[in-house]
Design a protein around this ligand. Structure first.
Ligand code: KOT
Length: 841
């Protein structure tokens, strides 16, 4: 392609080809130019918003240059690409990240300063890109960062929701949801109006023999919706690689949205068609770890899978290779079961459209896909009703039945004596109505299945997917423990700590190789270092205290112990255990003598997180936290000894303020329920200690940093089943201290007791499924131990430093290299040296 362009033409292009700014002056020049021309503003009406827009446009130009080059290089290299299919990408803000990744934050800071702006204020103008619910979506975002930073040729594929996760406000202690319209100014996306794919829905299946006697299966009629690509550049840290995140937006197809209809007076019908099409990508479903089986969600899934696959295939076809090479060119990773229809769609394309024989096609399919499971919670496992799929995707349902038939035949041959096996592993559940078990389909259609932490990967092998281990053998199942990007979660969120670490280690190399942090252990006894370490934590707490004051009106003492639990509100994550523990502490303080009170370490209990709008129990927990706060925070007996705060609208950019400011964070799910957790890693990497159960990645964190540096409590996952059984059939007693907490709630101390009765009776009357009572005593004792330990600040800081030093394993870079090695079979694409060496800020 390159050589086909005549020399003089190439010269002309080269002469004016954009190079991007490299200095403060060039940054100012570009920013002012954008403010004055692109935005049509002047010195006299440039507010912080305009300063953000100009800065973002300048950095965007800078990224585009490397982005174009990366895409060209990847095309010429003609090697395998990774496609990460995720319905959620919880990206947060892009500007700060872009500045740090290209190594020009200092230039921007000085440049903006001279123009009259503080860089922190400018950065804060950006709206979070919040196209995700929680851990699953944020993991996808960390993975994109690592893929680019490690120079892998990778694309993300997702949906361009017009509304991301809702904004949360608290009114009278209740959660209120506000729509998150985030697109009025988004400089980070590029509409590709020429990259469109028509996606079909409904219709019927026509099977016939053509003139040459060939069997043809064709999916006909129905409705067409067009997918339009929007591309988002994903810069790597300290590399010239800028990968692509492609998000699909739905619109009425040119054929469907018929201008003839306008002319014939059917204006309203035409508008209705258009709106129906646009609805597909309108809104992110706000349920974390919960499947609600809504038709529009299934439409979203197919729309996005079909568009992504057709796009991938179009790219593959340019290579002119035979179909059997497809798995050598393409690796598709399924982020949970949400994209499972991609398996069926690829089989359909190969068999119906490309005329490939079923078995040959199926081999291509299974070699291409890998499936990551993120949860064992039964309410989160996707099951789609057969009649719904029949209606929306009639051909796909046939293919699912065929996949199931061939699979069950194979199982029957291998296990002729196990009569129940077929029913247990069938993709189709014989319920009323019948349902398609998406996880089973994903396992059968993939060559590798992984869990996201060791315990979780073991659990899926011994519980929900046990039969499949028998059928396929253990090697199909593997573990890739989650990780986080240290660029955003250390360097960007906690610049002072990152700088202090760099000053001791001699460079910022640890941001690319996080295991280098282990050299920090040499400084655990260095007095000056420890002092600086503690000062940084304190400064971060002051910053959080300011945020709390402005967001809630509550004034907290930054010298108190900050105890943080921020994550989606869910019964299995047990925020109720935390708030019952807080009430227990409050009652204890009320009963203390003045002498005893003096000895107690002052504490701030900080909560944050969204409840799914239809999740009553989760909303009740938020309400209780706020009501307890109202009482405790205004009790003169208590003063600074205890404050209870609910920070509204927890999101990625709030996390960047909250996480560096914690002394203790809580990861207290019922053992065996939290697949991994990733905020646990972020908190420890920022020098916070954790209180946690033996669940998810807590176990591996403990193994890495040492038991003496973690506050573990509670029952083990292997005992959960028996305990639950005992709640109903044994002589189960509610913990007496917990009963006192319930009595206080029932007395109306925190307002109308009826408001919280569902929370109390879940434990007293409905079997305490999440083992709150079983773990309550152990939890409270461990909190007391935390108080004791915190009094010895010197020891506390040593634990903090040692823990950070041992966190190298939890970088998402390690995680991505494991996927590349054991699932994708791919090497990074080398990028030329010159771009690698850039000044770091
Ligand atoms: C399931 C259905 C809908 C939306 C989200 C989910 C979901 C989220 N399933 N698992 N997760 C979380 O994924 C994280 C990343 O692997 C884990 O750290 C966390 O433990 C899961 O709960």
């Amino acid at each position: 392609v390159e050589s086909s362009i005549p020399e003089p033409q190439r010269e002309a292009w080269k002469k004016y080809s954009a190079t991007g700014f490299k200095s403060k002056d060039d940054f100012q020049k570009e920013t002012v130019r954008h403010i004055e021309t692109t935005l049509a503003r002047s010195l006299f009406n440039c507010d912080e918003k305009a300063a953000y827009s100009g800065t973002a446009l300048a950095f965007r130009d800078r990224l585009i240059i490397d982005w174009n080059k990366t895409q060209q290089r990847q095309t010429f290299a003609d090697q395998k690409r990774i496609y990460y299919l995720s319905l959620e990408f919880l990206m947060g803000r892009a500007l700060d990240n872009a500045m740090l990744n290209v190594g020009l934050k200092t230039a921007a800071k000085e440049g903006l300063g001279e123009l009259g702006f503080r860089i922190e204020d400018v950065i804060q103008q950006e709206h979070d890109a919040a196209l995700g619910n929680g851990g699953l979506g944020r993991l996808a975002a960390c993975f994109l960062d690592s893929l680019a930073s490690l120079n892998y040729a990778a694309w993300g594929y997702g949906l361009r929701y017009r509304y991301g996760i809702f904004k949360q406000e608290i009114e009278n202690g209740y959660q209120v949801e506000i729509p998150d319209y985030w697109l009025d100014f988004n400089p980070w996306e590029f509409p590709r109006n020429d990259v469109t794919i028509d996606v079909q829905f409904y219709g019927w299946v026509n099977k016939y023999t053509d003139d040459e006697g060939k069997q043809i299966t064709s999916w006909q009629d129905g409705e067409i919706v067009t997918a339009v690509a929007y591309d988002v550049p994903i810069p790597g840290y300290g590399t010239a690689t800028v990968n692509n995140l492609r998000l699909w937006s739905s619109k009425a197809s040119a054929g469907e949205f018929d201008f003839a209809k306008f002319n014939s007076g059917e204006y309203e019908n035409a508008v209705a068609d258009e709106q129906r099409a646009e609805t597909i990508s309108a809104v992110l479903y706000p349920n974390d770890n919960m499947d609600r089986g809504k038709e529009l969600r299934l439409k979203q899934q197919y729309f996005w899978c079909a568009a992504s696959l057709h796009d991938i295939i179009r790219r593959f076809k340019k290579s002119k290779r035979p179909w059997k090479d497809f798995p050598e060119q393409v690796a598709i990773q399924l982020n949970d079961t949400h994209p499972t229809l991609a398996i069926v769609e690829l089989q359909r394309i190969l068999v119906d459209l490309e005329g490939i024989e079923w078995n040959a096609a199926w081999e291509i399919v299974t070699k291409t896909f890998g499936y990551t499971n993120h949860t064992v919670l039964p309410e989160a496992l996707e099951k789609w009703s057969v009649p719904l799929i029949q209606h929306l995707l009639p051909r796909h349902l046939q293919i699912i039945y065929d996949i199931n038939l061939y699979f069950l035949q194979q199982v029957e041959r291998r296990f002729p004596k196990d009569r129940d096996m077929l029913g247990r592993v069938s993709i189709i559940e014989e319920s009323q109505p019948k349902t398609v078990r998406m996880a089973y389909l994903a396992i059968i259609g993939s060559h590798k299945v992984n869990g996201v932490a060791e315990l979780h990967s073991d659990l899926i092998k011994t519980t929900i997917f046990k039969d499949f281990v028998k059928i396929y053998g253990p090697d199909k199942f593997t573990n890739v423990t989650n990780g986080i990007t240290p660029r955003r979660w250390l360097h960007q969120a906690n610049p002072r700590l990152s700088e202090l670490i760099a000053s001791k280690l001699g460079s910022y190399e640890f941001l690319k190789d996080l295991t280098l942090l282990n050299k920090l252990e040499n400084f655990v006894d260095d007095k000056d270092f420890k002092k600086e370490w503690a000062e940084i934590k304190y400064a971060n707490k002051v910053r959080l205290a300011q945020h709390i004051l402005s967001a809630t009106g509550i004034s907290v003492n930054p010298k108190a112990l900050f105890d943080v639990q921020v994550k989606r509100i869910h019964e299995y994550k047990r925020q109720q255990l935390n708030i019952f523990g807080v009430i227990h502490r409050y009652l204890a303080i009320k009963n203390m003598s003045a002498e005893e009170r003096k000895k107690l370490a002052p504490r701030v209990s900080i909560f944050g997180g969204k409840a799914a709008p239809g999740y009553w129990m989760a909303k009740t927990i938020i309400h209780l936290v706020n009501k307890v706060g109202d009482v405790v925070n205004n009790d003169k007996d208590v003063g600074d000894l205890l404050k209870v705060v609910f920070i509204p609208d927890y999101n990625v950019s709030k996390a960047e303020i909250i996480i560096p400011a914690s002394d203790i964070s809580e990861h207290i799910s019922t053992a065996g329920t939290e697949a991994s957790g990733t905020s646990n890693m972020k908190f420890v990497l920022n020098g916070g200690l954790v209180i946690g159960t033996l669940d998810g990645a807590n176990i591996e964190i403990t193994r890495e940093i040492g038991e003496q540096n973690v506050f573990l409590f509670g029952n083990l996952s292997e005992d959960v089943e028996d305990l639950r059984h005992n709640h109903f059939y044994g002589n189960h007693q509610i913990d007496p201290e917990l009963n006192k907490v319930f009595d206080e709630i029932k007395k109306g101390t925190f307002g109308d007791e009826g408001a919280f009765s569902s929370l109390v009776s879940a434990i007293l009357d409905h079997g305490d499924y999440y083992l709150v009572s079983d773990d309550f005593n152990s939890y409270c004792k461990t909190q007391d131990l935390i108080d004791e330990t915190y009094k010895n600040q010197d020891e506390w800081v040593s634990k903090s430093i040692t823990s950070v030093a041992r966190m190298g394993f939890f970088t998402s870079d390690r995680c991505i290299n494991e996927y590349a090695d054991s699932i994708w079979n791919i090497e990074p694409l080398q990028v030329k040296e010159e771009a690698e060496v850039r000044s770091r800020t």
